[in-house]
Design a protein around this ligand. Structure first.
Ligand SMILES: Nc1ncnc2c1ncn2[C@@H]1O[C@H](COP(=O)(O)OP(=O)(O)OP(=O)(O)O)[C@@H](O)[C@H]1O
Ligand SMILES: [Mg+2]
Length: 299
């Protein structure tokens, strides 16, 4: 493994070398309070594209429902002990270590969710320091050491310990929204709630906002217009009005598109590129992977 020097978390992390290329390790939370917007699909496929670009990638499924765990073919792990929630319990599972809760897949490593994660989260909720444990016990020891990138999938909730802990630990976010007016209100809630709270102590960066599951209707156009008005510097090129217009693409044809292949890949337990290497949305996941590498959208 490449030589790594650790910096204080408040400072930028040291560069590690990866086959001669400089890599700045980065952890990212994929979150939105709203359900079904594509958090899990985006986590799996951005992780897959980062891994395809030669990086060492870990995905952490903090959603007690375990959709990511299932969607990457690890349904059995969901019902098995040990699991990462036990790592966070103070003094209770001393014999459980990081290696015991990491599962290797063909594409990237995963810390699966578990059937007991919900009750574990409820127990941890009573511990005032619990929101720090994800950082102290998982992200800090692994990021830049064993992994270049750690992606954390979260549940849809405005009151989730794991989501708060993930934002705290990663300080970077990708936020998927759906192409509907109310999704922008949800986005505002997230920004004024969990992100604002974490930002009192941490420099939280939104790396990208992604409008997902786009059909070709006027709602897509409206949401893309509104995102461009308020968050232009957080938008990948496939959502940026100037780029779309310069390509002659109508706004209602922008965003991450609704594709049957995306749904089928999840059902088969594989990343999209494994299911159909020719799918036209893969390039958007590739762009999101570049945004994660670069620490934000570059103009
Ligand atoms: N671009 C897309 N095209 C087609 N289907 C999609 C797309 N994005 C997501 N889906 C499907 O929509 C459903 C919801 O997506 P996903 O599970 O990623 O959302 P989520 O935000 O993680 O949901 P939850 O809040 O339940 O965790 C899944 O069945 C998924 O396969
Ligand atoms: Mg999900």
């Amino acid at each position: 493994m490449a030589q790594t020097t650790y910096c204080d978390r408040e400072q930028s992390r040291a560069l590690v070398t990866d086959g001669g290329t400089a890599v700045e390790p980065r952890a990212v939370t994929v979150a939105n309070n709203k359900g079904g917007v594509g958090k899990t699909v985006i986590t799996i496929n951005v992780a897959d594209r980062l891994a395809a670009r030669g990086h060492r990638v870990l995905v952490l499924d903090t959603d007690p429902a375990g959709n990511l765990t299932e969607g990457i073919g690890l349904k059995d792990s969901y019902n098995e002990d040990p699991h990462f929630g036990q790592l966070l319990a103070e003094g209770e599972f001393e014999d459980v270590g990081l290696d015991d809760v990491i599962v290797e897949t063909e594409w990237f490593d995963v810390m699966p969710s578990n059937i007991d994660l919900g009750s574990r989260q409820n127990l941890l909720d009573q511990d005032r320091q619990a929101f720090r444990y994800l950082e102290d016990k998982i992200v800090e020891p692994l990021l830049g050491e064993r992994y270049d990138y750690i992606l954390i999938d979260t549940e849809a909730s405005s009151d989730s310990l794991f989501m708060d802990a993930a934002i705290w630990a990663t300080q970077n976010m990708i936020i998927p929204v759906e192409p509907a007016e109310e999704s922008l209100r949800g986005l505002q809630g997230l920004m004024e709630g969990q992100i604002a709270d974490a930002s009192q102590h941490r420099d939280v960066q939104i790396l990208a906002l992604v409008v997902n599951r786009c059909g070709s209707d006027n709602e897509v156009k409206r949401v893309i217009e509104e995102l461009n008005e308020h968050f232009h510097d957080k938008l990948p090129s496939f959502i940026r009005k100037d780029v779309l217009e310069s390509e002659g693409t109508r706004l209602q044809h922008g965003g991450l598109r609704e594709r049957v292949a995306i749904k089928r890949a999840w059902k088969e337990g594989v990343p999209l590129a494994e299911y159909d290497a020719e799918d036209d949305q893969i390039e958007h996941f590739d762009e999101l992977a570049r945004i994660v590498e670069q620490g934000g959208v570059q103009f």
